[in-house]
Every structure is written in C-alpha cells, then in structure tokens.
Design a protein around this ligand. Sequence first.
Ligand code: FPP
Ligand code: MG
Ligand code: MG
Length: 355
Amino acid sequence: SRSMSKTANFTGLIENELQQVSPGIRKLLSSRFEELSKCSRYYTVAQGKQMRPSLVLLMSKATSLCSGIDQSLVGSSFLEDDAPEYISTGQVLPSQLRLAQITEMIHTASLLHDDVIDHASVRRGHPSSNVAFGNRRSVLTGNFILGRASTAMARLRNPRVTELFATVVADLVRGEFLQLKNTVNTNTLEAQAFHFDYYIEKTYLKTASLISKSCQSAAILGQCSPTVIQAASDFGRYVGTAFQLMDDVLDYTSKDETLGKAANADLNLGLATAPVLFAWKQYPELGAMVINRFNCPSDVKKARELVESTDGIQSTVKWAKDYIKKAHEVIQCIPDSPARQALHAVAEKVVARNY
Ligand code: FPP
Ligand code: MG
Ligand code: MG
C-alpha cells in the first residue's frame, strides 16, 4: 500500500478509523445510476496516500487530550476525589471520522476537475478519470462527489465547520483560477517578488486551505479550546504548504512510475513553481519565459536546464523544511501523546517523501 500510515509507522493508532475512510466514502457515493456510482468511486479504487484523512484522524486523537471535560463524567464518582482538569478519551468521535471522509471526498472531487484542466493521462498509476470516462463525466462526477460531501457535512449539524468547508471549496477554485494566468509581465526584481507572493497565495488556496481547515474542524468537533483550534489550523497550513512545495519539487526530480502520474508536467503546463522562481533570481533570462508561460518550443527544455544548474530545487526543499519546522513548533501546545508524535512523523514524512 502507498498509504502514509504504513510508511510513517503509526498504523496502530488510527488503523481502525483509516480503514473505514474508503468504505464510508463508497457508501456515501452510492447511486442507483450504476454509471455514476462507478465514475464517482473510480478514484477510491486506486487509493492515494490518504494524507488528508490521516491528518484529520491524528489531529482528532491528539486534541482529544485537551478537549473539555467529558460531560458524561461530571458528577460521577470518578471526578469527586481528584478531578483532573481534562479528561482524555483518546478517541476519534464519529463526527471526526465523517470529517476525514468528507475531506478526502473534496480532495477527490478537486482531482477529477484538476485532471480535466491539466489534460492528465495518469493518476495513481492508472488512467486518469478524464481518460477513462471523458471530460464531461469527470466534471459532472466531481460535482456529484461535492454534493454528497455537502450532504454529509450538513448532517454533522455544525455551522462553524460547515462554513469552513464552504470556504475551502471556494478557495480551491480561487487557487486554480490564480494558476491559470500570470498577472505581471515585467522582468524586474519587483516582478520576481510579486511572483513569489502570488505563488505562495496560490499554494495556500489550492492545497493548504483544505488541510488547514480540515485539521481546524477536527479540533472544533472535539470541542477544543480556541488556542488548540488555532494550533490545529496553523499546523495544517504549514504542513499543507510544505506538501505542495514538495509536490512542485517532485515534478522536477521524480519519475512517472514513482509518482503514479506524469512528472515534468508543470513547465509544460506553463507553471512557474518555486524551483524556477528561485532559478530566475540567478538567471534573469528566465523572466521572459516565465512571463510567456514557457510557450516557445525550446523554453521547457531550456528552463529545466537552468533550474538544474541552480540550487532552485534545494532552495524549495529548504523552504518546505522551514514550514515543517513551524508545524512541529505550533503543536507543542497540545499535550504530548503517541498521536501527537504521529503528527510530527507525518509532517517529517511530507518533506522526506519521493512520491
Ligand atoms: C492538484 O494540483 C489540484 C489541486 C490541489 C486543487 C484542484 C482544484 C480545482 C480543480 C478546483 C475545483 C475544486 C472542486 C472541489 C470541485 P496539481 O495539478 O498541481 O497536482 P497533480 O500533479 O497531482 O495533478
Ligand atoms: Mg494536476
Ligand atoms: Mg493542476
């Protein structure tokens, strides 16, 4: 399995819950229109790393150690002698397991649309949905999954979490929209700085927002304190940003077979990600190519060579590692536990992965 839980070796902690993520999603996607069930379950067959549900489940478990007093125990003999300030249940609530499923569904819906936008041919080592079922079915299926995820979300009856997830969906679209075009077309130092700002905002919107708000929501459903809810949000934002930075590195450094999707795709899509933005600092001639979105026939090859002759890749990895360092720091306010240690391990895994 390519699941992150196995590789990071915290299987025992959330194994039971993680095993329920995919079957639960498949159930939420049932339809009497056979073809719709098939299309919408397609990306649940060859599973991804399950990084997002793993983070939600581990955050749920780690923060259950600092949520409010368990009301069912108030007044019981258990609390009379030596009432602890906090009761640790160490359990993942049913609502938090549902949250993990909803998070993965929204991610899956976004991949169906993304593969249409990016003209992908492979995802998770199999033909991508747009190839298997065509663009029209992929777009419709993405919306169907989003609809079912919204129903499941409504049933949690938590307006605050519902609002966060509605914002996430808009953020995903805003991120993709930003990525469609550049907004400055000058080759100056200011333009370089602008591209970095634009890149990091786009990265937040397309990747970190979902991870941040799903971790935050786990803490909200666990009735944690505002401090812990904020820590969960920040942790997700830092890990999510590092995750996308590494995704953009792997596009340069990895192979199709390892990634289970096309490597070397970003320049061909016209995208100036962090490695090329760092290289631009050293080679001003990259500016014209960034502005033209590597449109001239030789641009992609030339830009790649320039990136490889600089430390653009290493600088991006370093940047990702800086975010992971902040992620480690920000969850120090959560009591130490095996679940928190597993969160640290997943964060490390994000910058150590090769797929
Ligand atoms: C993968 O990025 C894509 C995303 C992180 C977000 C895609 C979002 C949309 C298409 C907006 C619509 C959203 C919904 C919920 C309907 P990538 O192309 O860099 O990664 P890849 O290499 O895995 O394809
Ligand atoms: Mg893509
Ligand atoms: Mg994309």
